[in-house]
Unconditional design. Sequence first.
Length: 145
Amino acid sequence: MDPFMQAAIEEAKKGLAEGGIPIGSVLVIDGKIVGRGHNRRVQKGSAILHAEMDCLENAGRLKAKDYQRAVLYSTLSPCDMCSGAILLYKIPKVVIGENKTFQGPEDYVRSRGVELEILNDPECIRLMEEFIAARPELWNEDIGE
């Protein structure tokens, strides 16, 4: 297992343990994790703290050239909002744990030059399937349904 995806999965499990949605993300530059986060919409009463947004926030202000050599790892396919942040900061590669339970605008993101690597990791899928079955109302809120 990729150690960076494993770190994102650990973040997802943290979110679940806090009563939130089990999605995690890490930002990697030059082989080092510079930011990590998990979905904290429930915990913080936030409209925008998806895992990728939390991760980027926790990485702090970076220079454009830093983002342009970064890899963002996320346990779940990024939604429209998070994909927008990826495009805004020109992050060239996103490694996605799974896109079976939810798929963001992957074709559009690819069309904008971002490389997507989809792992279809069984642990990522299991975390989301179990959560969606247990808390469908919270999941639907998270994806704007």
